[in-house]
Design a protein around this ligand. Structure first.
Ligand code: F6R
Length: 604
């Protein structure tokens, strides 16, 4: 989704902002732009496509500037629609993330102004400019921000006064001051090269930076009050943001999973006793009788896996909802409902909206999140953090498996809390969990075989993914991975559902990927495989080591080590991630930045 990076201070402003925008590239974008404030003017550059080196900009002697990567929402991909946007006098320049919902209504305040873009953003500089005959630039922004409806974050700069102003309402933005260098970004991670402290801005807050004396003030535009904010330390490992020798971030992140799982385990488990790194707070599980999990995309798949675990080990009713649907259908919640919100980024707009709705209805919210300081972490009653480190590839991999690990730990913890499990069983589960990283390394060692399978089938147009029980969500995840990075149409289904429709698609061109481990459904899945073979379909199976029966049936078998059934998703998902990756690579796809996708979906 759109990204914002702004800088004021010494050095080459253009270079700092361009580097900032490049660090936001992983979020997904289709055009970009930058406005640089010089002594008497503002220099503007906008472009469609990737952020270039922009050498002509680096020659501009600027002391502040704002930059933006745009992922089109209102208006097509074009230079006119890319940010920054300005007013008729070209005095105020604005970059903006999110959506202003009341543009039609606001247009009456700027009648006579000509609009050059189809965006909702252009209204902001035009509204600010209209007030400059009565107000200073910061005061004009304060007036305007109160009129805007919707979720937004924006930064504005003025040609004629020395301020940089940022405002947040529903879309993330952070600011950081390191001596006389001031940064604003939509993404904490992009500040890592410059500082390890930042002002984590809340909804309703504005930052007003004075370029003359390098001071920053904060203001709450909802309460209309000055506020005091201090910078907070945040921890993101810069080394984690590098691709190293891997061809893509996604591949690096797939191979990083065992390390990340070990880390997540070590941080939260001591001597086979679950002691979460972040205290959950005494009341979070008290008197709960029902759990509703909300999430989107891959995180939603992690929630589906957790549903199996929670129901079987905690014996509590669990529902898993797409956050986007949950919010809009009058959910029935009460004080005995625990919401578990799952989000890698902590900034997914639908999940944030779902949490807010749930809290209003009196439910408690526990989040599983990868980004400390993110909106979701801050608005939840309690948060447990995955130790995935920054995930740069748009397709989620290591965030997913570390989410699974945290959800399994939460399941055991809650089962213990409700006395549904013996201490001996908890230790046994944890021992099995501790063995997963090493077993996963063995799966990662199957690269050559997976590349061979890829070579045989990378040209297909459709694929089916089938699994049962705890591996049904993994079939969904395998299909999602393949479609989002290789653009092959793929569907995931519970294996038994095949006969109720998808079987019609099977022919000799159509691969079906079966997750067929030795669990209670094993025989039934073997029958499903036979049904596909009887229709000349291609079968790729993920099965347990030494399974001779499957070798006789499937065209290709990727063997994975044995583990307890509950934990099998950690191992079955990895070959599916790898298969999707190698197929997409062979097809020449832009794996880390698939078309139309954004890493963090900050609009509803
Ligand atoms: C798919 C993928 C997305 C995200 C979804 C939710 O590979 O990454 O489906 O899982 O956009 O994002 P988070 O977890 O950041 O809320």
């Amino acid at each position: 989704m759109c990204g914002i990076f702004a800088y004021a201070g010494p050095g080459n402003c253009a270079e700092v902002i361009i580097n900032g925008l490049k660090s936001l590239e992983y979020r997904g974008y289709d055009s970009w732009g930058i406005a640089l404030k010089t002594k008497n003017n503002i220099e503007l550059k906008k472009s469609v496509g990737k952020v270039s080196e922009a050498t002509e900009l680096e020659a501009v002697k600027a002391y502040a500037g704002i930059g933006h990567t745009r992922w089109a929402t209102h208006g097509n991909v074009s230079i006119e629609n890319s940010h920054p946007h300005t007013d008729s006098e070209k005095r105020i320049y604005v970059v903006h993330n999110g959506i202003i919902e009341n543009v039609a209504e606001l247009r009456k305040f700027v009648s006579g102004d000509r609009f050059y873009s189809k965006t909702d953003t252009e209204i902001i500089p035009k509204l600010i400019a209209r007030l400059l005959n009565r107000y200073s630039f910061p005061a004009a922004v304060k007036e305007v921000v109160g009129k805007l409806r919707g979720n937004f974050a924006f930064v504005a700069i003025d040609r004629d006064s020395n301020y940089l102003v940022a405002a947040r309402n529903g879309s993330p933005i952070v600011a950081a001051l390191n001596r006389n260098k001031f940064y604003i970004s939509s993404d904490l991670q992009s500040l890592v090269p410059y500082t390890d402290k930042a002002f984590l801005m809340n909804d309703g807050e504005m930052a007003i930076y004075n370029l003359d004396d390098s001071s920053v003030e904060f203001y709450n535009f909802l309460d209309r009050k000055e506020i005091i904010k201090v910078q907070e330390n945040y921890s993101v490992q810069f080394g984690d943001c590098r691709r190293g020798d891997f061809k893509h971030f996604m591949l690096k992140e797939i191979f990083e999973q065992p390390v990340r799982l070990r880390q997540t385990f070590e941080v939260n488990v001591t001597d086979f006793d679950i002691r979460f790194a972040q205290p959950l707070g005494a009341g979070i599980f008290k008197d709960i009788n029902r759990i509703v999990i909300i999430a989107c995309g891959t995180s939603w798949h992690a929630g589906l896996v957790a549903e199996y675990w929670l129901e079987s080990l905690v014996r509590m009713p669990v529902e898993v909802e797409y956050a986007s649907e949950f919010r809009y259908r009058s959910p029935v919640l009460s004080a005995d409902t625990l919401i578990i919100a799952i989000s890698q980024s902590g900034e997914t707009a639908d999940t944030i909206a779902g949490i807010k709705e749930a809290k209003e209805l009196g439910a408690r919210v526990l989040s599983v999140c990868n980004v400390p300081g993110s909106t979701i972490a801050r608005i939840s009653d309690a948060t447990v953090f995955t130790q995935a480190g920054p995930e740069i590839g748009v397709a989620s991999t290591k965030a997913f498996t570390t989410q699974l690990e945290m959800l399994f730990l939460l399941t055991l913890y809650l089962a213990q809390y409700r006395q549904k499990i013996s201490p001996k069983d908890v230790i046994n589960y944890l021992k099995n969990l501790a063995e997963i990283p090493e077993k996963m390394e063995r799966v990662l060692g199957k690269t050559e075989q997976i590349i061979k399978i890829m070579e045989a089938h990378y040209t297909v147009s459709n694929a089916l993914f089938l699994g049962r029980g705890v591996n049904y969500p993994i079939a969904l995840e395998g299909a999602l991975k393949l479609k989002e990075i290789s653009y092959i149409h793929a569907e995931g289904y519970p294996a038994a559902e095949m006969k109720h429709g998808p079987i019609a698609l099977i022919d000799r061109h159509m691969p079906t990927v079966f997750i067929c481990i030795r669990d209670q459904s094993y025989e039934k899945v073997l029958s499903n495989i036979q049904e596909v073979k009887a229709r000349n379909g291609i079968v790729i199976a993920v099965a347990n080591d030494n399974d001779k029966r499957i070798t006789e049936l499937a065209d290709h078998v990727i063997f994975i080590p044995e583990t307890i059934v509950e934990l099998s998703p950690f191992l079955t998902v990895v070959p599916l991630q790898m298969l999707a990756y190698y197929i997409a690579d062979k097809r020449g796809c832009d794996i880390d930045k698939p078309r139309n996708l954004a890493k963090s979906v900050t609009v509803e």
